[in-house]
Write a new protein. Structure first.
Length: 94
């Protein structure tokens, strides 16, 4: 599943599947008790009440190094958009 820049579900054609070896996973704890296990460069659609919102990752330089995509930094207190089209606050990050 993918989202477009307006946060709407969008279908995109998968043109390639990668299986890189990753180290250093982070756990994001959301307000609805969801726990997401992601790498530091994984892009996610988020919003912030204090700064720019859109596509972001835990460590934007790693996202850029991986695929040349500029993203914002995601932090505790930001909100992630889930498939139910609801925003959930990031309560903690480890």
């Amino acid at each position: 599943m993918s989202f477009d820049e307006e946060g709407e579900k969008a279908g995109f054609l998968v043109t390639e599947i990668e299986t890189p070896i990753r180290e250093g996973f982070f756990e994001l704890y959301l307000a609805d008790d969801t726990v997401l296990r992601v790498t530091n460069q994984h892009p996610m659609f988020f919003r912030s009440e204090e700064r720019e919102s859109g596509w972001g990752s835990i460590y934007p330089p790693a996202t850029y190094a991986e695929d040349g995509t500029y993203v914002y930094k995601i932090e505790q207190g930001d909100y992630l958009l889930k498939s139910d089209k609801q925003w959930y606050e990031i309560m903690d990050m480890e």
